[in-house]
Ligand binder design. Structure first.
Ligand code: NAP
Length: 276
């Protein structure tokens, strides 16, 4: 049943190819081993997004093992929670993540949130980023990046560090589309990665989305994911249900018109509060 398009990738600024569609694994709604294995073996997902914070890295390891996929055929992202920030702690925490995932390297390692527990935020970010650079330079992560970073947070790193983040993973869908940040990342060649690309399933009744789904004979979820892809974002929807995991992969066989992209790009309803 494998789906074409699942191997489509974007090229990061260091030349590494990152699959456009990934499977989220945040704990909300649980972790279903069988569904993840199904995604990898039967649908053809090649990208899993996880984080230490989700407390499912060991489950992800078991799903990867059960898939029988070769390591080089899979993209695995994990993230460093702010409790692990600081040079030494970052290195220690990273190795814990590698161990739990049963991997020798990550494809992408992200600083999960800009918040810091104590000290000057800019200094803590730079100290942490130095360790991220070391991880990258040692070949233990093929790419490094950040998540939930604003323009100001990104500027601090760009102006003071040796390596520019390759990715910024942010909440990104037509109902949360921070244009200034999106433009900044595009200009700086920092790949945007959309989390909660389905707006946490809270907007499927929006009449604009319903109408568009009817027009393209697709579901609201597929319209939202197609919007992500056509904007050049990497996108990581999550479902624990096999039917929806498959549905979410069926987004490479149609295109939204420029007019419809413009409509979706103009939608802003700032009513959904962010969650980690
Ligand atoms: N970096 C960060 O700070 C951060 C923050 C949040 C999330 N993330 C990442 O982004 C991933 C996705 O975010 P998310 O899980 O919060 O939100 P999401 O992908 O926008 O939405 C997930 C919700 O949509 C439902 N759903 C999935 N496919 C559907 C479909 N085709 N039709 C109808 N409903 C559908 C799911 O329910 P069912 O499971 O019941 O199908 C679940 O309730 C996370 O898993 C995580 O990997 C990162």
């Amino acid at each position: 049943m494998s789906v074409t398009g699942l191997t489509e990738s974007v090229t990061l600024h260091n030349g590494v190819q990152m699959p456009k569609l990934g499977l989220g694994s945040s704990p909300h709604g649980g972790y279903e081993h069988d569904s993840v294995v199904y995604a990898l073996t039967e649908v053809g997902y090649r990208h899993i997004d996880t984080a230490k914070r989700y407390m499912v890295e060991e489950e992800v390891r078991e799903s990867i093992k059960a898939s029988g996929l070769k390591r080089e055929d899979l993209w695995v992202t994990s993230k460093l929670w702010p409790t692990g920030y600081g040079y030494e702690k970052t290195l220690r925490t990273f190795h814990g993540t590698l161990k739990r995932l049963g991997l020798e390297y990550l494809d992408l390692y992200l600083m999960h949130w800009p918040n810091v527990l104590k000290g000057d935020q800019k200094a803590v970010h730079l100290d942490t980023w130095r360790a991220m650079e070391e991880i990258y330079n040692k070949g233990l992560a093929r790419a490094i990046g950040v998540s939930n970073f604003s323009v100001e947070h990104l500027e601090n790193i760009i102006e003071n560090a040796n390596i520019k983040p390759m990715v910024n993973q942010i909440e990104l869908h037509p109902y949360n589309n921070p244009k200034e940040l999106v433009d900044f990342c595009r200009k700086a060649q920092i790949q945007l990665e959309a989390y909660c690309p389905l707006a946490r399933a809270q907007m499927f009744d929006d009449p604009t989305l319903v109408k568009m789904a009817e027009k393209y004979k697709k579901t609201g979820a597929q319209i939202l994911l197609r919007w992500s892809i056509q904007n050049g974002f990497v996108t990581v929807p999550k479902s624990v249900k096999k039917k929806r995991i498959f549905e979410n992969s069926q987004i490479f066989d149609f295109s939204l018109s420029q007019e419809d992209m413009d409509v979706l790009n103009g939608l802003i309803i700032p009513s959904i509060s962010p969650q980690p």
